[in-house]
Design a protein around this ligand. Structure first.
Ligand code: B12
Length: 296
């Protein structure tokens, strides 16, 4: 069960009055649930959404399960990837969390956090590993820390109310879980009900998953390819089945060179998580226009 807050608690957290809070709830600016006794309650993720979208200064961050903010100056996104990689190598999980969460709280989208903080930090980590400046254990432990933080970020998103379902994975032999997890979070942040199946899954099993669950979107993150013709054939088989179930196949990942892409069938290719967010928003808008009665 998500943590629920009273209008008074949220008012205290953002330095506002309880009556303003109740008015905003009644105007639908904040989604509420009612207790058995009929009192308004605000899910903590909903309060966080409200704060992020309005870029509000929060007086009592702990009340909203937020990390306390540093000065806005110290929070510049251009510096964040460098700060993040330093904190990862220093095994300072607390600093890593503060960086990610502060940007998120201040309204930076999950997709920008992925593209502009985490991905470049890992590109730097890869360069440092190549130059023997970081050990393999440091890289592996950085991956684990980042996956924990991505899961925390997922928990901070307003739970999806949409019935539209997206599923994704990586193909057998591809162990890159960070981009696959990012894609899930980005789709979730744009309102999709999502399920990340996992990494290194045989194509036949992914095909069964599509047949059984018939998601509207199936994403594949492709970061490592050992046998190009096998991967091309597997993706094309997945697309063939997806087509029958009206599932859009969205592919992305560092291993998908333009030469490989030219041999593939897919519904959309995205270079970045921000492209994925834009594609996903467009799909949601089409669905809402086609079926105005159902929740987008
Ligand atoms: C961490 C890491 C690993 C870890 C991953 C662990 C994990 N749990 O994920 C492990 C240990 C598995 C690993 C193994 C290997 N690795 Co490695 N790895 C990396 C490293 C440091 C970071 C990768 C990463 O997660 N990046 C962060 C992601 C988010 O960034 P990204 O891939 O650019 O993704 C962005 C876009 O592509 C896009 N995107 C990605 N996926 C998707 C999906 C969708 C749907 C969409 C829309 C968008 C999208 O959005 C992302 C965000 O902007 C890279 C360095 C680098 N430059 O990336 C090396 C790197 C990729 N690895 C490398 C190598 C050589 C290997 C191994 C072959 C080593 C070996 N000899 O065994 C193996 C192969 C593993 C396998 N079979 O899968 C080389 C590849 C060199 C090359 N020329 O291709 C690199 C570049 C390191 C280097 N500098 O040499 N690795």
């Amino acid at each position: 069960m998500d943590r629920l807050l009273s209008p008074k608690q949220v008012a205290l957290a953002i330095g506002s009055s309880e009556s303003s809070l109740k008015r905003w709830c009644d105007q639908g600016l904040l989604n509420t649930v009612r207790t058995a006794g009929g009192h308004r309650r605000i899910p903590v993720q909903e309060a966080l959404r409200f704060v992020r979208e309005r870029n509000l200064e929060v007086a009592e961050p702990l009340l909203l399960a937020m990390v306390p903010s540093t000065e806005r100056k110290a929070r510049r996104i251009e510096n964040a990837a460098g700060q993040f990689v330093d904190a990862l190598i220093a095994d300072n999980e607390h600093a890593c969390r503060a960086l990610i969460m502060e940007h998120f709280q201040s309204g930076v989208s999950a997709s920008r956090i992925c593209d502009e903080i985490i991905a470049p930090a890992f590109h730097t980590l890869g360069e440092k590993w190549e130059c023997h400046e970081v050990e393999i254990y440091e890289e592996r432990s950085s991956c684990l820390t980042t996956l924990r933080l991505l899961n925390e970020l997922r928990e901070k998103l307003v739970p999806p109310t949409s019935s539209r379902f997206a599923m994704g994975a990586t193909l057998e032999g591809d162990h890159y879980s960070i981009p696959a997890t990012m894609a899930e979070i980005v789709l979730r942040s744009t309102g999709w009900n999502t399920r990340l199946l996992g990494c290194s899954i045989p194509a036949a099993s992914l095909i069964s998953a599509i047949e059984q669950h018939q998601p509207a979107v199936f994403w594949l993150s492709v970061s490592h390819i050992t046998d190009t013709s096998r991967v091309v054939s597997e993706i094309n088989q997945i697309f063939e089945v997806a087509l029958k179930h009206r599932t859009a196949v969205v592919v992305g990942g560092r291993a998908l060179s333009s030469e490989i892409r030219s041999k593939l069938r897919y519904s959309a290719f995205c270079d970045t998580m921000q492209h994925l967010a834009e594609f996903s928003t467009t799909l949601q808008q089409h669905a809402a226009a086609a079926n105005p009665a159902s929740p987008a």
